[in-house]
Ligand binder design. Structure first.
Ligand SMILES: Nc1ncnc2c1ncn2[C@@H]1O[C@H](COP(=O)(O)OP(=O)(O)OP(=O)(O)O)[C@@H](O)[C@H]1O
Ligand SMILES: [Mg+2]
Length: 587
């Protein structure tokens, strides 16, 4: 990665996502200056109290000066507390708001991704980016707005006051500060690579969790939980080890700071004590001076932590930017066509590869003309690229070579929404969402009336079982539609697609979990329910496609033959083999 790119991956490049939260983010450092001003001024009052007010009151027998100093101190401490609280509030508000906006921006960006974009990142990694990485960035930003001004100003003001009070004693800092800087550099140098390793281990652990949870049913079905537990345990151990190794180094910060701080105090007491004896300095001044030295060292320490945080969040930031800068693979053309004329489909020497690689095509030289309203069966061994072929029609993926026309126009000319509205696809791996059956069906058409919903469910042979549920159409489906059986889910997905009243309807193995009789009922209903709609039915069972107008036989990404059931039975060997093997099963 070039130096320039690395530089760009700073938190500043994300600040535009702060939106309306930029005000608290900008106000926070200003308020923190107020806190610092108070904090650095209070020691001066201590000096006045001890060196002037107390002797004065002892001489005059009245304590007005002491009360004045003490009162001022209390007032300033209260003001400082208010500033501190306001600063924390503003920082948190701005930072959290920034995180919220950033998450929203990422989520919106991901919505524009094509299947290919999503394949590239993987779902698990996208989830990590939207959660862990955004949190990391948001926390760094909060620390940044709180410390970026506060620490340098604390350092400067304390240094100036210390110099004003006693330039000769301040020379102690000439030894202490380089020592502290050297210590911090050594610690950071050692800690930083360890933190980086720790973050990587976190990634691995997150991946384990996500993979396992997404596939929790499979894990249970294969009784793999013991194995998965061990795998997760190992990943969690790795994180702990890496974390311990990093913390072990950072641990030195505390003792180092203590030694330096106490060393400085001893030195100040030693040399300052002599000055007191010589009458050059008061006791109060000495105390105040010690406070300033402590504040200077603390400020440097905070700055070093801030620096560590910024560097550590770099990895997260570049992972976030990677998503934000990703070009959606499939975009709307200019002057997009909004209307799909009819359900005609024409493949003209179409080739397709998931990687866009011309030499390694999943689909090769596909030429096929489908008339509007025709019913096409699509059959072929698993992995013969049936799903890949139909995915091209709603432009889930783009063809690699050749052209694909729908309604007489290249699919790339259409507005993607307009095209997908007219091409309903019941996916092989389909999902329902949490919510009621009614809500899920309305994904197909928000304005569908109850009659339309019932009609669609009747056509998809879903009405009967939906009505058998106690809550009927209001039955809650649970996350991912867990409350219905596989075949019921498939029928609901078909009903949802039917409600779109599309020009082209694709059923990708959509009735695989439905018994043969119901399957036949659904096909019959489709025919009568939507005669003008082009229907493409992918199936493993010959019975599901035998009454189609034509059947396409795919073999290893190529069209082996096209014809009616009888024609294919007579001349296509692959088709006949499948047919005979399935007949045998029946016999
Ligand atoms: N997202 C993807 N990225 C890369 N390769 C893929 C992807 N999806 C499928 N493939 C590959 O493309 C080929 C065709 O897969 P496809 O899913 O189209 O087959 P299919 O005929 O639908 O199989 P099945 O009957 O099992 O559903 C397979 O070799 C598969 O490995
Ligand atoms: Mg498939």
């Amino acid at each position: 990665m070039s130096q320039e790119k690395k530089k760009k991956d700073s938190i500043l490049s994300l600040l535009k996502y702060a939106g309306k939260y930029k005000w608290p983010l900008m106000l926070c450092p200003v308020v923190m200056i107020g806190e610092v001003a108070m904090e650095t001024y209070i020691p001066k009052l201590i000096q006045r109290l001890i060196d002037e007010a107390i002797p004065y009151s002892e001489q005059n027998g009245e304590i007005s000066q002491v009360l004045l100093c003490g009162g001022l101190m209390i007032v300033m401490a209260l003001i400082s507390m208010c500033f501190g609280m306001a600063g924390s509030y503003l920082g948190a508000k701005g930072g959290m708001g920034f995180g919220r906006n950033l998450r929203q921006a990422l989520f919106e960006k991901i919505q524009t991704f094509s299947f290919k974009n999503i394949d590239k990142f993987s779902t698990a990694s996208l989830v990590t980016r939207i959660t862990t990485d955004v949190n990391q960035t948001q926390n760094t930003l909060i620390m940044l707005v709180r410390m970026a001004f506060r620490s340098p100003i604390m350092f400067l003001m304390s240094l100036i006051y210390a110099l004003q009070m006693n330039p000769s004693l301040t020379t102690i800092l000439f030894i202490a500060v380089p020592l502290l800087a050297a210590g911090i550099i050594i610690i950071m140098r050692n800690a930083f690579p360890r933190f980086q390793i720790m973050m990587k281990k976190y990634d691995i652990m997150n991946r384990e969790v996500q993979e396992n949870l997404i596939a929790i049913r499979v894990v249970k079905a294969f009784v793999r939980s013991e194995f998965e537990k061990k795998k997760f345990g190992a990943a969690a151990d790795d994180v702990t080890k890496a974390q311990r190794s990093a913390e072990k180094v950072v641990l030195w910060n505390g003792p180092m700071m203590q030694i330096l701080m106490n060393g400085c105090i001893v030195a100040v007491l030693w040399f300052g004590g002599q000055q007191i004896i010589r009458g050059e300095m008061g006791v109060g001044a000495l105390l105040t001076f010690i406070t300033y030295i402590t504040q200077i060292l603390m400020a440097l320490m905070m700055l070093s932590f801030l620096f560590l945080g910024i560097v550590l969040s770099r990895a997260s930031i570049s992972r976030i930017l990677e998503v934000l800068h990703e070009e959606p693979d499939i975009a709307n053309p200019e002057n997009a066509v909004m209307e799909v004329k009819d359900g005609e489909i024409e493949f003209d020497h179409v080739g397709f590869s998931y990687a866009g690689d011309q030499d390694n095509l999943v689909l090769q030289d596909i030429s096929l003309h489908i008339r509007s309203g025709e019913t096409i069966g699509l059959i072929g061994a698993t992995g013969s690229a049936k799903t890949s072929l139909v995915s091209l029609i709603p432009r889930l993926y783009d063809v690699t070579c050749g052209t694909l026309k729908v309604g007489g126009r290249d699919v790339r000319d259409y507005d993607i929404h307009a095209l997908r509205d007219q091409v309903a696809m019941v996916l092989q791996k389909n999902v329902l969402f949490s919510g009621s059956i009614n809500e899920n069906l309305r994904w197909g058409s928000e304005r569908a009336t109850d009659e339309e919903i019932t009609a669609a469910c009747q056509a998809a042979a879903a009405d009967d079982f939906v009505r058998s549920f106690p809550d009927g159409y209001e039955t809650d489906l649970g996350q991912g539609g867990v409350n219905v059986s596989g075949g019921q889910k498939q029928r609901l997905c078909i009903a949802r697609a039917l409600l779109k009243r599309p020009r082209i309807m694709i059923l990708d193995d959509a009735t695989s979990a439905v018994d043969t009789a119901t399957d036949a009922r659904i096909r019959e209903a489709l025919r009568s329910h939507m005669p003008e709609t082009t229907k493409i039915i992918i199936a493993q069972r010959i019975t599901s496609v035998m009454d189609a107008d034509r059947v396409v036989v795919l073999d290893n990404g190529r069209i082996a033959d096209v014809g009616t059931h009888d024609e294919l039975l007579a001349r296509c060997e692959i088709y006949r083999d499948v047919y005979l093997s399935q007949q045998k099963g029946v016999a």
